[in-house]
Structures are given as structure tokens and as C-alpha cells.
Design a binder for this molecule. Structure first.
Ligand SMILES: C[S@@+](CC[C@H](N)C(=O)[O-])C[C@H]1O[C@@H](n2cnc3c(N)ncnc32)[C@H](O)[C@@H]1O
Length: 219
């Protein structure tokens, strides 16, 4: 990991380490920011076309809830997270799974330098500002995706900035100020990088982006 963002990191791995023990309980509560959590994970799985043998990489796998759904559908699952405590919970649910301690902002370790049929991520990219989100999505699609594959990102997301502002007011003290996705801004930023994107709102604060290379989207 490079020193700069480690020192000034607004979302350090240590924060997720201390959250790991309560994470599943918080997510199952389905209150903001987890309103629609189960539906969101199910929609990500649906959009991958999960089936036996599909090779899927789950980025920021956390305690392994999405990874587990993909494994149950017969996918060959791989996962990463930069929190060792989160990964320890995922390993309990998925003994023998290929899970790697890795910061998404770093180059992949040798084991992950290969191509996947699908790459997924849930509730992770909202820690990054839009230019970082878009650059990372492009890198993943161009360098780590098998031909015809897709990147499916489920996350805290709003159709418009106005929808986000409404939720900010509604949630009051429960609101955290983080760079959540705004689809009306994200779609042009991703498309400008040669990506084709479909967006689906799943709850009042969560949505799914399905991202492919332009040249493959028409086929
Ligand atoms: C809100 S949890 C989501 C976990 C899981 N994907 C789920 O849907 O339940 C966010 C996860 O992303 C991981 N994460 C955050 N920033 C990361 C980064 N830069 N690199 C790798 N993992 C990261 C955290 O450690 C945490 O496990």
C-alpha cells in the first residue's frame, strides 16, 4: 500500500476490523445505509447470471455474505478485503475459499492477476470519490475481465443528487457524509471511459451498476 493514502485514509482498514464482529447484525437490520441489503445482494447475484463454474471475484467481500450466495449458486468464488477481521468471518462461512487480504487501490497480487467471468462488489466503492470509482471500474474491466464478462457493483446509490438530499434530510442523525454514488453523475463518467453501464435502483438508498466494455456490450 502506498504511504500517502494510508496516512490520510478517511476509511482505514482498522475501522472495518473493529466493525467486523457486529457487521452481520447491522446489515441484517436493513436500516440506513442497509435498507434493501438482502434485495441488493440478490440483484447483484442475478445480474452476474450466477451458475456452476462461473468464475467470480468479490471485491471488499467483508464477512462473505455476497460471496456465500455466489458459492451457493455453484460459482467458483474468489474474494478480497483489506480488513483481516472481516476476512476471518468470511473464512468461517467459506472454508477453503480463495480469499486474499488486499487493498483495492493497490495492484493485484500475483494470484489475482488473471481474468474473471464476473467481478462483483457490494457496499465498497462508495468509500471512493467518483473519479477514483470510475478509474478503478475501467481498470477492472480492461485488465481483469474475461471476454464477455461484466462488473456488477451494488452499493449505496441514488438516481439523482436531489434524491440523495431528500434521504440526507430523512435520515437526520443516521446519515453519514460519504461519497455515495449518484447515478446521473456516474453514468456519464463511466461512459466517458468507454464503458457501457446499466443502472437499477433497488431501494431508496441502494442500486446496482452493471458495467461492460463498449465494444462487447453490443454483442
Ligand atoms: C460495508 S462492508 C461490505 C461487505 C460486503 N461486501 C457486504 O456486502 O456485506 C465494506 C467492506 O469493504 C472493505 N473495504 C473498504 N475499503 C476497502 C479497500 N480500499 N480495499 C479493500 N477492501 C475495502 C471493508 O473492509 C469492508 O469489509
Amino acid at each position: 500500500m502506498t504511504g500517502d493514502f494510508q496516512e490520510n485514509d478517511p476509511f482505514p482498514a482498522a475501522e472495518f476490523d473493529s466493525w467486523a464482529g457486529e457487521y452481520d447484525q447491522d446489515a441484517a437490520g436493513e436500516t440506513f445505509p442497509f435498507t434493501g441489503y438482502r434485495d441488493l445482494l440478490a440483484e447483484v447475484v442475478r445480474q452476474t447470471g450466477a451458475r456452476p463454474g462461473l468464475k467470480v471475484l468479490d471485491l471488499g467481500a467483508g464477512t462473505g455474505n455476497l460471496t456465500q450466495l455466489l458459492a451457493a449458486a455453484g460459482c467458483e468464488v474468489w474474494g478480497t478485503d483489506f480488513s483481516s477481521e472481516m476476512l476471518a468471518r468470511a473464512r468461517e462461512k467459506l472454508p477453503g475459499a480463495r480469499l486474499f487480504l488486499h487493498d483495492l487501490r493497490d495492484p493485484f497480487p500475483p494470484e489475482l492477476q488473471q481474468r474473471f467471468d464476473c467481478i462483483v462488489s457490494a457496499y465498497v466503492f462508495h468509500h471512493f470519490e467518483l473519479p477514483e470509482k470510475a478509474a478503478l471500474a475501467e481498470r477492472l474491466v480492461r485488465e481483469s475481465m474475461a471476454p464477455g464478462g461484466c462488473l456488477v457493483i451494488g452499493d449505496i446509490s441514488f438516481l439523482t443528487a436531489a434524491d440523495r438530499d431528500t434521504q440526507r434530510q430523512t435520515q437526520g442523525e443516521y446519515w453519514d457524509e460519504e461519497p455515495y454514488w449518484i447515478a446521473e453523475d456516474a453514468l456519464p463518467a463511466l461512459e466517458a471511459r468507454g464503458l457501457t453501464v446499466q443502472y437499477r435502483q433497488v431501494s431508496n438508498c441502494a442500486g446496482v451498476y452493471r458495467i461492460r466494455l463498449n465494444e462487447e456490450a453490443d454483442q
